[in-house]
Design a protein around this ligand. Structure first.
Ligand code: GLA
Length: 386
């Protein structure tokens, strides 16, 4: 028995029966526009959440995580959201959402979670957890959920049960992940294509700022509200639009006049230009135009810094230092306000790159970052029967 299996046995007094895993994600480009009906380009990466599971004879769902003390358990017929269940709400929420949608569960589960996805760091540890539990439920209770169903049930759980206004990008990136492919996702109508992500020696590297993130949720919701406010004003002038990303760069002069508010205008300018950059990025990727890829990632970061104002000292510093240390491109990824950035680096210089970036960042911020190369991988998996 390995350490995790032993912990399972100690916690639940029975042997684990099954092992499952789900990856995390980075977003290459298309930031903060999933909730504005835009195009995004995320990919699942080789940082994982794992679960050991066994069936129970009663109707209890029990969660234990190696990152937290204690076991959290609830009955399947009493899963109303309750803040005291903290992180486990995401897990309980999946069972509630599925039951609300008509699925029935005849027995409970023991679940032990472990993860090497940094928590709250912008690599979507929560979406990975939601997708994983939904995948497990589908497998163990034979619900036959498709990958698209897993995305929908997981997003519904985060939006309705947990009350977070996030878009569909993270859950989709993870559930639909495929080796060496990124997901070209239209967040307006949930259609997508998978695009080859082969850049030869150049690999994606995660730059984890390790800056504690406190305001992420409130600031995130503030941006969502600003976008909705701008959309309501602009609908009076462009009655056919449903989302900010329906607007085009050539309309920006008029939009500035209609909004008559510099903050709202900057938010809208980010959404429109970022959406346009995603189209350009996909074309650049097809012909492996590294110069174009690099300049689009830079403009994306600049727009998130100056117009959307979600970067901050730590993300700005680590991306600048990454370029100085030899990355051909770098930008923040995810919600921002700390968290992680990504860089595109020739794997032959990785060790030197990581050293230099780490030293310079630490000198400027007093924080040691974590820097690692990642593979682009496939979505949630049944790993083995124990
Ligand atoms: C978070 C949210 C996503 C998306 C990104 C920003 O990761 O969960 O839905 O909005 O921020 O692009």
């Amino acid at each position: 028995m390995n350490k995790l299996e032993t912990l399972f046995k100690e916690t639940y007094k029975v042997n684990p029966e099954f092992e499952y895993s789900a990856p995390s994600r980075i977003n290459l480009i298309g930031e903060h526009i999933d909730y504005n009906g835009g195009m995004v380009l995320p990919a699942a990466i080789s940082r994982y959440i794992k679960a050991l599971v066994s069936k129970r004879n009663d109707n209890k769902i029990c969660f234990k995580s190696t990152a937290f003390e204690g076991v959290l358990e609830r009955n399947l017929d009493d899963l109303k959201y309750d803040a005291k269940y903290d992180w486990a709400n995401y897990g309980f929420g999946i069972f509630q959402t599925l039951q609300d949608d008509g699925y029935k569960f005849k027995f409970g589960l023991n679940i032990l979670i472990t993860s090497n996805i940094p928590l709250g760091s912008g690599l979507s540890s929560s979406a990975a957890f939601l997708d994983l539990i939904c995948f497990i439920a589908s497998d163990i209770y034979n619900l036959n959920l498709t990958k698209d169903d897993i995305v929908k049930e997981s997003v519904k759980t985060e939006n309705v049960y947990c009350g977070l206004k996030c878009g569909i990008m993270d859950e989709a990136a993870i559930a639909l992940g495929e080796e060496n492919k990124c997901l070209y996702l239209n967040c307006n109508n949930f259609t997508y294509k998978k695009i080859n992500l082969d850049l030869g020696n150049y690999k994606f590297v995660v730059l984890q700022t390790n800056k504690p993130r406190k305001l992420t949720e409130s600031k995130y919701n503030e941006r969502v509200d600003e976008c909705n406010k701008a959309l309501n004003i602009l609908k009076n002038h462009y009655p056919s639009i449903n989302n900010l990303c329906d607007l085009k760069p050539e309309m920006l002069n008029d939009i500035e006049k209609y909004l008559n508010d510099q903050i709202l205008f900057k938010r809208v300018r980010h959404c429109i230009t970022e959406n346009d950059r995603v189209y350009q990025f996909v074309e650049a990727l097809k012909i492996k135009d590294l110069n174009k890829i690099s300049s689009l990632l830079k403009s994306s970061h600049d727009s998130l810094k100056n117009d959307y104002e979600v970067t901050g000292l730590h993300l700005d510093t680590i991306t600048e230092e990454a370029i100085k240390a030899g990355a051909i491109a770098s930008r923040m990824t995810g919600a921002g306000f700390g968290g992680c950035a990504i860089a595109l680096v020739d794997e032959k210089i990785f060790d030197d790159f990581a050293n230099k970036t780490s030293k310079a960042y630490e000198q400027k911020t007093g924080i040691t970052p974590a820097i690692y190369m990642v593979d682009i991988v496939s979505g949630p998996k049944f790993e083995r029967k124990l």
